[in-house]
Write a protein that binds this ligand. Structure first.
Ligand SMILES: C[S@@+](CC[C@H](N)C(=O)[O-])C[C@H]1O[C@@H](n2cnc3c(N)ncnc32)[C@H](O)[C@@H]1O
Length: 222
């Protein structure tokens, strides 16, 4: 029957769901990130360098996970994630971990000098991404720098390994580069766009941005 679920599809989907649930456990998530990092050390080093180079003033890490990049910052570091399990017990005097949603940031406007977001937008649909970008722009000071790194759909449709990775990833909203850039362009000016080498079969891009005049500080919060 046409409406019947194919046994293989059902199995893969059920297995993926189980894996995604297990990844909610911080220890398992960290372990998976370590495994994921094998062969990608150079890509991660590039991201760390980009963050260290742009670090200034008050810093916000949006979608921080368990805080993989917190060690780069000694103070004035705020990190936000929607998953409270990833944040439990992390806050210290100079490093604040806050549970919240990137589409409704719990910060006053014009609070941050540097905002970054590493691989969260492929978890978020287009409408939420647009809201999130407006929120990020609104908590930026006018001279702030924003760095966004994320994976894009493979540019070559025949790149089968990359397409399989995109299909299996926990983030179900991987976008093509043009769509992603068009969304960024609404609230930000581009300073730099860089393909992150050694990220294959993922297709990572790093965007360095500045909030557009009028976008920074414009928000619904007080
Ligand atoms: C792939 S992880 C990346 C974590 C971290 N940035 C890193 O590079 O290790 C994506 C993170 O985005 C978070 N996330 C997903 N949707 C979110 C939302 N709407 N608001 C805030 N965080 C979100 C998830 O909980 C997860 O920790």
């Amino acid at each position: 029957m046409a409406s019947e679920r194919k046994p293989d599809q059902g199995l893969i989907q059920r297995l993926s769901r189980k894996i995604y649930q297990v990844l909610e456990i911080p220890f398992i998530y960290d372990l998976s990130q370590e495994i994921f990092s094998i062969g990608r050390k150079r890509a991660l080093k590039h991201i760390e360098r980009l963050l260290a180079e742009n670090a200034r003033g008050r810093i916000l890490d949006v979608g921080c996970g368990t805080g993989r990049y917190a060690h780069l910052f000694e103070s004035n570091y705020y990190a936000l994630d929607i998953n409270p399990k990833y944040l439990a017990g992390k806050s210290q005097k100079r490093l604040q971990f806050v549970c919240g949603d990137v589409t409704l940031l719990p910060f006053k406007r014009e609070t941050f000098d540097f905002v970054f977001s590493i691989v969260i937008f492929h978890h978020i649909d287009m409408e939420s991404m647009k809201k999130a970008l407006k929120e990020i722009a609104s908590v930026c000071k006018s001279e702030a720098i924003v760095v966004i790194v994320d994976c894009m759909l493979p540019e070559n449709v025949l790149d089968i390994p990359a397409r399989i990775i995109c299909k299996l990833d926990r983030g179900k909203c991987i976008k093509d580069r043009r769509t992603f850039e068009d969304a960024l362009r609404v609230d930000f000016n581009f300073v730099d766009v860089h393909h992150v080498d050694y990220s294959y079969p993922y297709n990572f891009y790093a965007f360095t941005l500045r909030p557009k005049q009028g976008a920074a500080g414009v928000g619904t919060r007080g």
